[in-house]
Design a protein around this ligand. Structure first.
Ligand code: AMP
Length: 194
């Protein structure tokens, strides 16, 4: 099963993708996680991406497409994967099509978590507080000002990606404002074909 999770930052993509991983045994390929790991490790990609990520802007298509191309070659991605946070631009969506086509593969489903953007800043403030209370590191880009920049990048560059898949009949919209377990149930229903 090859899936994509779309939706603005803070929509719950990471949380829901982790649940699909547990249930369906396919890896979650989060470009945000991969980039954060590259930053932490101080790799050449990480050095280029660090300041861009801290500002809330998007890392270049070239870098992100490169890391996804490498990642889907890994053995664990052979049986499928969930892309979380990618594609974020039309160029990324087209590059993904080309990558998959060159391997004779295709996408099964594109899920979009629909949320009320006016509630997202509250959600992200809560996420930061919860991480802090649990003794986990708080993402620098979860600062409300940076988060607003991330939301602007989403609306400017990423919002066009859903219509791209909708035009091909591959998009399923899920109400992401409901409680987490209900969102999971709606996703499982959609994946089961209902
Ligand atoms: P995320 O964890 O998905 O919210 O991503 C955190 C940050 O990583 C984003 O704000 C971007 O700076 C960068 N990033 C993650 N995925 C992508 C992508 N597909 N294209 C460009 N930048 C990305």
């Amino acid at each position: 099963m090859r899936l994509i999770f779309l939706g603005p930052p803070g929509a719950g993509k990471g949380t829901q993708a982790a649940r699909i991983v547990a249930r369906h045994g396919i890896p979650q390929l989060s470009t945000g996680d991969m980039l954060r790991a590259a930053v932490a490790a101080g790799t050449p990609v990480g050095l280029k991406a660090k300041a861009v990520m801290e500002s809330g802007a998007l890392v270049s298509d070239e870098i992100v497409i490169g890391i996804v191309a490498d990642r889907i070659e890994e053995p664990d991605a052979r049986k499928g994967f969930i892309l979380d946070g990618f594609p974020r631009t039309l160029a990324q969506a087209e590059a993904l099509d080309a990558m998959l086509a060159s391997k004779g593969l295709s996408l099964d489903t594109v899920l979009e978590l629909k949320v009320d953007q006016s509630k997202l800043v509250d959600r992200i403030v809560r996420r930061a507080e919860e991480a802090k209370a649990a003794g986990q590191p708080v993402r620098k880009d979860d600062d409300p000002a940076v988060f607003t920049t991330r939301l602007e990048a989403y609306n400017r560059d990423t919002a066009v990606v859903s219509p791209y898949y909708a035009g091909r009949g591959q998009l399923i919209e899920i109400d992401g404002m409901r409680p987490i377990d209900e969102v999971t149930a709606a996703i499982e229903k959609a994946l089961a074909g209902g």
